[in-house]
Design a protein around this ligand. Sequence first.
Ligand code: BEZ
Length: 219
Amino acid sequence: MDTEQHHSAAPCAGLRIGDAPPDFEARSTIGPVKLSTYRGRWLILFSHPADFTPVCTTEFVELAKEAKAFEKRKCQLMALSVDSLFSHFAWLRMIKERFDIEVRFPIVEDPTLVIGRAFGMVAPSDNDSATVRTTFFIDPEGIIRAMTCYPANVGRSIPEMLRTLDALQAIDAQDGLAPANWQAGDALLQSPTQDLDEVYRATEETTWFLREMPKGKSK
Ligand code: BEZ
C-alpha cells in the first residue's frame, strides 16, 4: 500500500462530530451565502469533486428529485466545489435540459479551496486539488452531528442521507438510539441503564442494555 496516499486520504480529519464548523461567506448559484445564517435549520453541506462529471451529475439529479423530502424534514442543502460560479450555472442548465429538473439548492464556488481546506474536504495529495465527496450533517444549533466521506468514484446514496437525517432528528426528539438499519417509524433503543440493581433485576440477559423504547415516547 502506498502509505503516503493512504495517509492523505483522510479528509474530514480536521473537523469532528460535535464541532461547530468555521463560518464562511461565498458566492453561490442562489446568490451570496453565509453558513451561520442557516442556524435554526438542519443543513447538509457537501462537496463534490467537479461539475460536468458523471457521478456528480447523478448525485445532483437525485438530490433535486428529493428536494421535497429534504424540505419536509426542514433541511437545507448546500453544495460546494472548486469550480467557478459560471461553471455551476452551465452545469445546472445542462442538467435542466438533459434531465428536465432544476437544482434550486445553492452550489458554492470555492476556487481557492479556502473553504474546502478549512472543512477537510480536500485530500492533501490529490494532484487535481478537487474536493472529495464529503458530507456534513449540521444541526439547527450549528453543530456537526454526522459526516461521511466517499471517494470521487463512488456516488452517495440519497436514501441513506435522508435516513441519517431522520435518525438524527428522531434521536433528538425521543432521546433514544437508532440501531442498525433503523428506518423512520421504527422503534429506537433506550440508552443502557447505569444502575446495577436494574441490571440484576432484568429478566433476560439483554434487557438491561438492549431495549426498545416504547413507541411514540418523546422526551
Ligand atoms: C464523477 O463525478 O464521475 C467523477 C469526478 C471526479 C473524478 C472521477 C469521477
